[in-house]
Design a protein around this ligand. Structure first.
Ligand SMILES: Nc1ncnc2c1ncn2[C@@H]1O[C@H](COP(=O)(O)OP(=O)(O)OP(=O)(O)O)[C@@H](O)[C@H]1O
Ligand SMILES: CC(=O)N[C@H]1[C@@H]2OC[C@@H](O2)[C@@H](O)[C@@H]1O[C@H](C)C(=O)O
Length: 386
């Protein structure tokens, strides 16, 4: 089955599209990447998404218009990808997260449920592409008391588990999330995924990107290859102050987003950086080190055991400074990228949602309660036929 996975994440850096040939059934599957591309948002649409994600007021008419625009962009991405390669049988669209609230109330209250909004409704994509489309992947896990995120851990277990080694898969998107993979031989029978854990570690590039945009007067959007941070020196006193944030010490299951590690958090970071009179390079080195140290602290505090290998993915896997600092802090653990074990690091989330869509189409439960805290395994996503 050829499935197109579509996702735009918390960096809002564009729509990642992946055409994946999926063979097999249940959790005994192979996923071959046939084509992938990232399609940038129109600048105005990107600004509208960032504004909505930052909590700026939006009328219901504005909400509808934004959902229409994102669905149209996602449908266009699917059409363009197919025009240059093979046709798809199914679309699996994550959509664009514009709001995520982890569970926060007492068990009997509705606030005990998470709340997560991904715009770009699947019904519209199915209509525009005339292809069956799966979307809204997070709601069923949330209804069962789960965080609704991260959802990639079951795919990590399927595609990246090692027969004998213990691995962590670390996404470095806007937000960082880890999947802990015990050796395949200890995960039980097909699909049990015993001992697989995962959670959001905290900021990955969200604060770095905001800082680069600020210090470059809007000329740059990210620290390409980590070159700017590499020219600076992290401010240790400020790092220790930032690492006291409760999120980093909260035991899993946990999830987060720009609601916590976004614009308002960045504004406080800027005040702190100015109080220490740090240069732009030192500021970026300190923010990058916050990503690194929050990951390391999560690992030492919450993993059942330290892994043999860490596989980086997401756009931040191309940030040499982050990778070098993680390798330095985690040695003798090997820090690689998923590219080096045969899975495209940049397209991984889009591939993951293609697999989630395949599992929805075939009625396979794909959430992991050991990751999200949901009460049970569930089939994720809503299927819309044109
Ligand atoms: N060459 C590069 N060098 C350094 N950083 C990079 C490079 N390319 C991308 N990035 C970083 O990766 C980010 C985008 O990564 P990705 O697309 O995985 O995030 P996302 O999927 O939007 O986020 P999330 O996984 O939190 O939803 C960019 O915002 C940028 O910070
Ligand atoms: C609500 C939401 O979109 N969360 C994202 C975000 O970006 C990274 C991390 O936080 C992860 O938990 C999640 O996305 C990935 C694709 C996931 O669900 O696995």
């Amino acid at each position: 089955m050829n499935v197109i996975g579509l996702i735009s994440g918390t960096s809002v850096d564009g729509i990642d599209a992946a055409l994946v040939e999926i063979k097999g059934s249940g959790f005994e599957i192979s996923a071959q990447l046939l084509a992938s591309e990232t399609y940038a948002y129109e600048p105005d649409l990107r600004q509208q998404i960032l504004a909505a994600s930052a909590g700026e007021p939006l009328s219901m008419a504005g909400f509808a218009q934004l959902d229409d625009a994102i669905a149209t962009a996602f449908a266009q991405a699917a059409q363009t990808l197919q025009a240059n390669t093979l046709s798809a049988d199914l679309i699996a669209s994550h959509g664009q997260t514009v709001f995520h609230r982890p569970p926060q109330g007492e068990q009997a209250t509705v606030q005990a449920l998470a709340y997560s909004v991904q715009l770009g409704r699947g019904a519209a994509i199915a209509h525009l592409t005339q292809l069956p489309t799966v979307s809204n992947f997070r709601s069923a896990d949330i209804a069962a008391g789960g965080q609704g995120a991260p959802l990639v851990s079951a795919i990590d277990a399927c595609l990246l588990s090692h027969p004998k080694h213990v691995r962590c898969v670390q996404n470095l998107g806007g937000i960082g999330n880890v999947t802990y993979l015990p050796s395949l031989q200890s995960q039980g029978v097909e699909g049990e995924m015993l001992g697989v854990f995962g959670w959001d570690t905290g900021p990955a590039n969200s604060l770095i990107d905001l800082a680069v945009h600020h210090f470059s007067q809007g000329q740059q959007h990210y620290d390409r290859d980590g070159l700017w941070a590499a020219q600076g020196t992290p401010c240790q006193p400020l790092l220790h102050q930032w690492l006291r944030h409760p999120y980093f010490h909260q035991p899993p299951p946990k999830s987060t987003g720009r609601e916590l590690f976004g614009w308002d958090y960045w504004q406080q970071c800027l005040i702190d950086l100015q109080a220490y009179a740090l240069s732009p390079a030192d500021s970026l080195a300190t923010l990058s080190q916050l990503t690194v140290m929050s990951i390391v602290q999560n690992y030492t505090d919450f993993l059942p055991q330290l892994p043999d290998e860490v596989l980086l993915c997401g756009g931040g896997s191309r940030n040499h400074y982050l990778r070098q600092q993680l390798q330095q802090c985690l040695a003798p653990i090997s820090v690689l990228t998923t590219d080096e074990v045969g899975l495209c690091a940049e397209a991984k989330e889009a591939i993951a949602f293609a697999v989630l869509g395949f599992w929805r189409y075939h009625g396979v439960p794909s959430n992991l309660p050991s990751v999200t805290g949901a009460r049970r395994r569930l089939v994720l996503g809503e299927l819309y036929r044109p």
